[in-house]
Ligand binder design. Structure first.
Ligand SMILES: Cc1cc2nc3c(=O)[nH]c(=O)nc-3n(C[C@H](O)[C@H](O)[C@H](O)COP(=O)(O)O)c2cc1C
Length: 192
């Protein structure tokens, strides 16, 4: 898939097929994140790949989907994610956090996932203490930032031109509509 097409056609996916996600593919995604830009090249991030159904289900109990349309955005039974990649910050390397590095790494994984045919949902609205325990992340020196939910897409959300709200919605057929500001409203040439 051409990269620009992978970026333009990407939408957050919250409904997945039953197909599993191979460990090698998760490793590929982390390898892509490993090579993402990093402030001062400090590389404070580490990643936990979760694909055993039992642990995936445990993590899934502590994430919150699509707050604007809750509960309509929750994956229906049997359509949950098939894997997660948790991003963890090494606080010895980055005591004050590493938000930009996290954003670069997670975005890189999301695009790489799409080229593998995978859908994803970046999840920041999570129960950090619960997932920290489930994933055995040491409390001291490490900080769970987010989890990336992964699986093969079983929905096709569409982009709408932003009108009066940033809130996404589902139509009567369950299709998610995601408003985005128009290019002409955010682009400036030469000066603001
Ligand atoms: C920092 C961040 C945190 C997010 N956290 C969640 C979350 O906890 N749950 C969820 O369902 N979606 C989450 N999302 C996905 C956004 O809701 C989604 O990106 C947004 O609605 C735009 O849709 P799009 O990704 O299809 O363009 C998050 C996205 C970002 C960038």
């Amino acid at each position: 898939m051409e990269v620009y097409e992978a970026i333009r056609g990407r939408r957050t996916i919250r409904r997945f097929t039953s197909a599993p996600v191979k460990t090698e593919v998760l490793n590929h995604l982390v390898d892509a994140a490993r090579l993402a830009p990093s402030g001062a090249n400090r590389q404070p991030l580490e990643f936990i790949c979760v694909s055993s159904p039992k642990r995936v289900n445990l993590v899934a109990e502590h994430v919150r989907w699509a707050a604007y349309i809750h509960p309509a955005g929750d994956p229906p039974l049997g359509h949950g994610p098939k894997a997660f990649i948790a991003t963890v910050v090494n606080k010895q390397i980055a005591p004050d956090g590493a938000l930009y590095d996290v954003a670069a790494a997670v975005t890189t994984m999301i695009i790489a996932a799409r080229t593998e045919g995978l859908g994803s949902c970046w999840m920041g609205n999570i129960d950090h203490p619960a997932i920290t325990t489930i994933l055995n992340i040491p409390e001291k020196g490490w900080k769970l930032d987010n989890v990336l939910a992964l699986g093969f897409p079983d929905e096709s959300p569409v982009v709408e031109d932003f009108k009066d709200t940033v809130k996404y919605w589902k139509n009567g057929k369950g299709v998610l509509h995601v408003p985005k500001r128009k290019l002409k409203h955010i682009i400036h040439q030469e000066t603001f």
